[in-house]
Design a protein around this ligand. Structure first.
Ligand code: MN
Ligand code: MN
Length: 318
C-alpha cells in the first residue's frame, strides 16, 4: 500500500501568464509513451507482479521504490499543466463568449473535458494506454526496458524544456531531468550487478549536460542526482545492496537517502476557474458549505494544508 503526503516533491512556481499551448506540449511528459504515467505504471506493475521477492529482494526494493517516486512525478506534471492553464479561461460562468480567447489553443479538451486542467493524454490528445507497460516478470528484460524508458523520458524532457519557456514548465523539467538521470543510473547499476554488463559505457545517453541547465542546478547542489528514496519507514531497505558505487558520469558515490522522501514543498492553492465550473459556477457557495461542515466537525477555521511554507499568492486576474 501507499501512504500519501499533501506535498509536492519539488517547488512549482505560482501561476503567472497562462500558456494553454505550452501546457498541451507538457502533456507529453504526463501521458506520452515516455511520460510519467508510463514510468509509474511500468514499475508499479513490475513490482506487483514480482515473484520470489525474498530471493531477489534488492531488485524488488529498487523497482518498488522508484515506482513510488513516479506517482509524485505525475502529480508534479499535472501541477505544472494546471498552473499554466490558470487564468486561461478566467471569466464568469455562462457569459456568452467568455472562453473566446481559447479558440486557437491546440487542445480544446483542456477546458472542455477538463477544468483548465491536466488530462491523461499525450501532447497530441491521444489517451495514455496500458500497452506502454512492459511487465513480463523476466527481471533482466524488465530492467533493460526500464533503462530504455528512462533514456527516452530524458530525451522528451529536454525537448519540452527547449520548446516551452513558461516558468512552471522550466521548473518541472529541471527537476525531472535530474531525477530521471538517477533512475537511469539505478537501472543500469542493477543490470551491471545482475549480469556484469558494462552499462556505464552507455552514458551519457542522451547527451544532456544537466549541470549547465539553470533549473537543474539547485537540485544537483542538494545531491538529488545521486540519491534514491525508500518512501517507507521500515521497508525496502535492501535497495542499498543494488544502488551503490560511483555515478557513471561524475564519479560521485550513489546513496540511499536517510530521509524517507524529499522535503518538497506545499502546493500552491490554484484559484477557482469559474467559467469552466472548477470547482463550480459559484465558488462562494461551496466555500460556505465547507466552512459549515468544518465547524460541525469541530475542525479549525482554515482549510490550508499543513506545511512549513504558506501557499503562494493567487493568480493575477486578467
Ligand atoms: Mn519520473
Ligand atoms: Mn523515472
Amino acid at each position: 500500500m501507499i501512504m500519501r503526503l499533501d506535498r509536492l516533491q519539488a517547488e512549482i512556481p505560482p501561476p503567472t501568464d497562462p500558456d494553454p499551448n505550452g501546457a498541451s506540449i507538457v502533456q507529453e511528459l504526463l501521458g506520452g509513451k515516455f511520460g510519467e504515467m508510463s514510468t509509474f505504471m511500468n514499475y508499479t506493475y513490475q513490482s506487483f507482479n514480482f515473484r520470489n521477492r525474498n530471493g531477489a529482494r534488492p531488485f524488488y526494493d529498487l523497482v518498488a521504490s522508484i515506482a513510488a517516486e513516479e506517482f509524485g512525478h505525475i502529480e508534479l506534471v499535472a501541477t505544472a499543466i494546471n498552473t499554466m492553464l490558470t487564468g486561461a479561461g478566467d471569466a464568469k460562468a455562462g457569459k456568452r463568449g467568455a472562453l473566446k480567447g481559447l479558440k486557437d489553443a491546440r487542445n480544446a479538451q483542456e477546458w472542455i473535458a477538463g477544468g483548465c486542467s491536466a488530462l491523461v493524454q499525450d501532447s497530441q490528445g491521444k489517451p495514455w494506454n496500458g500497452d506502454y507497460v512492459n511487465a513480463t516478470g523476466d527481471l533482466i528484460g524488465d530492467l533493460t526496458w526500464n533503462f530504455f524508458l528512462e533514456t527516452g523520458a530524458r530525451n522528451n524532457k529536454l525537448k519540452v524544456y527547449e520548446t516551452v519557456d513558461h516558468p512552471a514548465a522550466r521548473a518541472l523539467t529541471g527537476y525531472l531531468l535530474v531525477r530521471g538521470g538517477v533512475h537511469q543510473v539505478a537501472y543500469a547499476r542493477a543490470l551491471e550487478n545482475l549480469t556484469g554488463a558494462r552499462m556505464e559505457k552507455l552514458f551519457p545517453t542522451p547527451r544532456i549536460e544537466t549541470a549547465k541547465i539553470p533549473e537543474c542546478k539547485p537540485h544537483i547542489k542538494r545531491g538529488e542526482h545521486l540519491k534514491l528514496y525508500r518512501w517507507s519507514p521500515d521497508d525496502f531497505k535492501e535497495l542499498s545492496a543494488v544502488f551503490n558505487g560511483p555515478h557513471p558520469e561524475t564519479g560521485e558515490e550513489l546513496e540511499v537517502a536517510e530521509e524517507l522522501h524529499p522535503e518538497g514543498s506545499v502546493p500552491n492553492d490554484l484559484p477557482a476557474q469559474e467559467a469552466v465550473f472548477a470547482p463550480g459556477p459559484d465558488v462562494g457557495e461551496i466555500e460556505e458549505i465547507a466552512r459549515k461542515l468544518r465547524a460541525a466537525a469541530g475542525l479549525p477555521e482554515s482549510g490550508k494544508a499543513k506545511g512549513k511554507k504558506a501557499p503562494r499568492a493567487r493568480a493575477k486576474k486578467g
